[in-house]
Every structure is written in C-alpha cells, then in structure tokens.
Design a protein around this ligand. Structure first.
Ligand SMILES: NC(=O)c1ccc[n+]([C@@H]2O[C@H](COP(=O)([O-])OP(=O)(O)OC[C@H]3O[C@@H](n4cnc5c(N)ncnc54)[C@H](OP(=O)(O)O)[C@@H]3O)[C@@H](O)[C@H]2O)c1
Length: 285
C-alpha cells in the first residue's frame, strides 16, 4: 500500500502544474475540491445572466455524436444556437428531429487538417472527445487530440472553448494514468490558450440514457439515487485516499446545460468547474 501511495504521489507530481498556469493567466476556479493548491484560486460563485445568444453564434461540438455530445447538441439547439459536430464517424445514428438541425462533419482530431475548414465561422467549441484503452491510447485521445483542437481553435480566433474533463478519483488516477495525464495536459493547454474564455468541466460518473448500438441503457437507474444521496454527503469526499469515491454522479442533461452556458455566456467565469459547481450551475434558472 505504501508503495502504491508513494508512486501515486510521484505520478501526480509529474503532471503539468495547472496551478501555476491558473495563477498566471487570470483563470478562475469554480471548484470545491479540497486540494490545498486549488483552494488558493477559489472564487466566489458568479451569477451569470441567461440571455439568448446572438444569432451569429455558431457552436462546434467535438464528439457531438457521443453520449454527452448529443445532449450538448440538443441543449444548444434549444437555445437557438447554430450547431456543428465533428467526429470520426460523422452523423449520429440516433433518430430525432434535432439531428437534422446539426451540421455533421467527419474528421479525426489526431489528423491536424481535419479541423481546417470546419472551424470557419465558429465562435465557440465544446470538446467531448475522450476515451479509454491502453495508457498511450488514453493519453492520445484525451490529451493530444484535444490539445491539437485547442491550438487550432485559438489560431482561428474562436472566443470560447469548453473541455469536458473528469474529476480526480484518487487511486483510480494511478490505474488510469494515461486517461488523467491526458486530461490534465489538455486542461493546461486550454488555460494557456484561452485565459479568458476557457472553461473546464470536471464531472465524475455521468448518468442518463446512453445509446449503445440499437439499445438504450438507462444509467440513471443507478446514477440518480446516488446523485441524490451523495450531493448531500460532501464531508465523505474529504476522506483521504477513498474520499473521491463518494463524488456524486451528475445527470448528462446537467453537464450539457452547464457546458452550453459556459460556451455561450460571455460572463461565465473561465477556469475549472467541479462536480458540485456543475450541480449548482445546472440548478440555476
Ligand atoms: N460518461 C461519463 O461517465 C464521463 C465521466 C467523466 C468524464 N467524461 C468525459 O466526457 C467526455 C464525453 O464522454 P462520453 O461518455 O460522451 O464519451 P463517448 O460517448 O465515447 O463520446 C466520445 C466522442 O468522441 C468522438 N471521438 C473519439 N475520438 C475522436 C477523434 N480522434 N477525433 C474526433 N472525434 C473523436 C467519438 O466519436 P467517433 O467515435 O465517431 O469519433 C464520440 O463522439 C469524454 O472526454 C469523457 O472522458 C465522461
């Protein structure tokens, strides 16, 4: 156990030092994580004004055909935003009138040319690109792919960029080093390239109805009751090593609501929004 803990600490210390970037780039942290470094950058909750975005607003959702991405597309369309999506397989195979309103593009973020024309006229980007596999694959898909999208968007003059990252899960971080290493590297790049319009959402488990092939998997059956209980059991989250396992799950519609708001509301503060921040923002009218 001592060896695992010491290797865990070692691996965390090798990750990019986000805090330095956060402080130097004026990014703000809307987080309630108990990490003492993050504590230093905590800001008071800002009330944002939910005004409809101007008609010229165009949102590009990276991974708009995935579980979280498709909910983000729907949420943005409901707010009158023009929506485009890019992913390797292109158009979603889910039927619904919303899907006809999205401009679907096929492309791979690991191939730099993929984003060239797709970014034309885009005012904000939300990236839902991420995944699991071997450590090197996880680093590539969560880190490298998103870093290249962040750089392309910054060069193209995109105003706001929201990245769906993930919360820390203590020991799990150690087992999934490529996943968390990639996530934190992309976060660091986002804060550096979008100091005023970069927002990072760090959910834990996301529940809702996930389409797997032709089947609908109701993850909310487990996720909803856990969310109800754990959002009121925050002190458990501070137990050393295992506390993060008590992080409340969040509904996919809450993640979508906060992501779209962060991408389209110019006064939404830049920085990190943790699970409790997502829950609070999603409950705002
Ligand atoms: N689901 C959860 O419980 C949860 C919890 C915490 C954080 N997250 C994070 O939230 C994000 C979205 O998760 P999700 O559950 O919606 O995953 P998902 O359903 O697997 O969606 C991932 C999306 O990324 C696209 N994609 C993958 N590689 C790509 C590439 N190289 N270029 C372009 N597009 C690519 C996929 O489409 P193609 O396959 O067609 O390319 C898909 O649309 C991920 O970053 C994940 O790590 C999820």
């Amino acid at each position: 156990m001592r060896m695992i803990v010491s290797r865990l600490l070692q691996s965390q210390s090798q990750l990019p030092t986000l805090s330095a970037l956060v402080s130097s780039r004026n990014a703000r942290l809307f987080s309630t994580d108990s990490n003492p470094v993050d504590e230093h950058f905590k800001v008071e909750e800002a009330e944002t004004v939910n005004v409809p975005p101007p008609p010229s607003e165009k949102l590009l959702v990276l991974g708009g055909n995935g579980f979280v991405g498709s909910h983000i597309c729907k949420e943005a369309l409901e707010h009158g935003v023009t929506v485009a999506s890019l992913s390797r397989s292109g158009r979603t195979n889910v039927h619904g009138s919303w899907a006809d309103s999205v401009e679907w593009h096929q492309g791979n973020l690991l191939v730099p040319e993929s984003l060239k024309d797709v970014l034309n006229g885009v005012t904000s980007v939300i990236s839902c690109v991420g995944g699991f596999g071997s450590n090197s694959h996880m680093y590539k898909i969560n880190g490298t792919a998103n870093i290249s999208a962040i750089r392309a968007a910054a060069e193209q003059g995109v105003k706001r960029f929201v990245y769906i990252s993930a919360t820390d899960f203590g020991l799990v971080n150690y087992l999934l080093q490529g996943y968390y290493g990639g996530k934190r590297a992309a976060e660091a790049e986002l804060l550096a390239k979008f100091p005023y319009g970069g927002v990072i959402l760090r959910p834990g488990f996301i529940h809702g109805t996930r389409q797997v092939g032709s089947m609908k998997v109701p993850l909310g059956v487990v996720g909803s009751p856990l969310e109800m209980i754990l959002q009121h059991a925050r002190p458990l989250n501070r137990i050393p090593l295992i506390g993060s396992l008590f992080t409340p799950p969040v509904n996919v519609t809450s993640v979508a609501k906060v992501a779209v708001r962060a991408a389209t509301d110019i006064v939404f503060p830049p920085g990190i929004v943790d699970v409790y921040g997502i829950l609070r923002y999603s409950q705002q009218k």
